[in-house]
Design a protein around this ligand. Structure first.
Ligand code: SF4
Length: 239
């Protein structure tokens, strides 16, 4: 992937710079709709060299940074984490957003404290995809072993939802949005794009979202909507 596909700015709502870094790879890797985790490398030095180049593109434009890495923040090497801190301090970034899988929830407090000691607030995001426990765990294989959104909210500030999956309905998507907004500071709705995995997007579900739900939530400051997974300006097409 080109370096230029790993840096972007999000210029509306929660304005921020965003970087797509590379880690050792998602430790879960079981989600049946995802091939993002293919963007990984086991060589820490190579990852650090790449990540350093990308982090040096940060300008501090909005004082807020989002780091994504096709997996969890815990998959990043220590030098990269230190470099994130160095750049945040140099560019006066006061808030850092990053993602993590549920399996790393107990590691988050240490990471929060590490940045907090340096005056940086961490906002953690989890890809929950849906709050329908049976659908999520039997079909999507997310690996989040609680059916209570309040349990998830103990560790995470923000959630990603995934819409456009066969079996979803207007009611199920609306319920996920309302639950997300009730328990979390912000939600990010990703509309499913085709990829190399067995679960394929359902165009009828996508149409229902676009026609009835997008107009209701598109102006909401607490809701990001990615009709295409490249809408944040980072990443590349997988198929
Ligand atoms: S969706 Fe996230 S947790 Fe699931 S396999 Fe992909 S990168 Fe890993």
């Amino acid at each position: 992937m080109l370096d230029s596909n790993r840096y972007s700015t999000i210029d509306e709502k929660n304005k921020r710079e965003i970087v797509l870094l590379r880690g050792k790879g998602c430790q879960w890797r079981k989600c049946r709709f995802c091939d993002y985790h293919l963007d990984f490398c086991k060589n820490e030095n190579e990852n650090f060299e790449l990540n350093k180049r990308i982090l040096n593109m940060i300008r501090g434009t909005y004082d807020v940074l989002e780091v994504v890495n096709s997996g969890s923040f815990s998959d990043l090497d220590k030098n990269t984490v230190n470099e994130i801190l160095r750049v945040c301090k140099e560019k006066n970034i006061h808030t850092l957003h990053f993602e993590s899988h549920w399996m790393h929830r107990f590691e988050l407090e240490n990471i929060r404290n590490f940045f907090k000691e340096n005056g940086i607030t961490v906002k953690t995001k989890i890809g929950v995809e849906t709050f329908d426990y049976l659908f999520r765990e039997s079909y999507l294989m997310k690996g989040i072993d609680t059916d209570k959104p309040e349990d998830i909210a103990k560790y995470f500030d923000e959630v990603c939802l995934l819409f456009g999956i066969p079996g979803q309905t207007y009611e199920s998507m609306k319920n996920d949005i309302q639950t997300g907004l009730k328990y979390f500071e912000r939600i990010c709705i990703n509309i499913m794009c085709d990829n190399t995995m067995p679960i394929k997007p359902d165009s009828r579900v996508k149409e229902i979202f676009a026609k009835y739900l997008y107009p209701a939530y598109s102006a909401n400051e607490r809701v990001d909507i990615l009709m295409d997974n490249l809408d944040f300006g980072v990443g590349e097409k997988s198929v």
